[in-house]
Design a protein around this ligand. Sequence first.
Ligand code: UT7
Length: 332
Amino acid sequence: MVYAAFRSIGAYAPKKILSNEELSTMVDTTDEWITKRTGIKERRIAADNEYTSDLGIYAAELAIERSGLNKDEIDMIVCATISPDYFCMPSTATIISTKLGLKNITAFDISAACTGFVYILSIAKAFIESGMKKNVLIIGAEKLSSITDYSDRGTCILFGDGAGAAVISATDNKDEAIIDVHTGADGAYADLLMTPNGGSGSAHDSLDQEAANCFMQMKGNETFKVAVRTLTKDVVEILNENNINSESIKHFIPHQANYRIIKAVGDALKLREDQVVLTVEKYGNTSGASIPMAINDIYEQGRLKKGELMLLDAFGGGLTWGSALVPFSPLK
Ligand code: UT7
């Protein structure tokens, strides 16, 4: 039997910091309001000439280097993004594959918003367990500043740019294998969080209007309530189905949308503070990049050790949601 192991992590955060103070000169808000309601203090913003693929490639190169593999051993790249370099094509994954100097590999993007990293983890696991691929590079990369309306205080305070990547490889050792990945979706809630224009479903009234409506729009408060309910239910289910107690979780790594959502889910699971990984304060919400950026943070702080069990949990536009039980299994 072939299993899939989570071998390595890498991430990249653009240099430019956008603070709450600076945002409060752009829209009617305050550092106090943002901190209290979200836990966010600052977020990173990519340079004008820095695209989603550029953020992804920095993260990917680190993940490959840390995996101990030669980059030519990578046989598939999957990128989760809602802010690709180009609308429709080419995919950001193919651009990254070329920048990495890789030819003749499978490369494609997926769209699952903030749940993107959990979705691509499930794809990597399935391709590896079926024997179709051996070493899959998964990347969550977002330049959300390119689809954020900086006149809308309900959304612009939340989002930031960044990327995270991981190498998932085949193994015959069950002890180092990804235990389980859950993914779900319900389009009935599509209007809670969407970019209403720019696609074949848009009204095409005028180019100006179309451009403006390509920004993200969110019914924040309703999204908040569905997020807490869905995240908690999904995590309880994955733990029960795998007979794993929340005490066995070394690192709970939720999607970093809002500190209050993370706290509510952590409390429902009776997790201690030291089990919960938080990066929302310094990166804000980076959608599909938020979970791998958080994993990278604890890795670089020396807090993530071989064999430790991670519980990933995400929720986002679509609506989509997902969770995963993942031991950290580096080769070295
Ligand atoms: O990542 C994918 C999923 N996304 C999420 O999970 C995001 C979920 N939602 C949230 O994080 C929160 O709903 C927000 C942070 C977006 C908003 O917080 P809230 O506590 O739900 O606020 P609210 O929308 O209920 O608004 C409360 C008040 C309103 O004023 P009134 O009507 O009470 O006078 C808003 O107009 O706060 C006002 N408000 C603001 N005030 C200052 C909304 N945004 C701001 C702001 N600064 N930035």
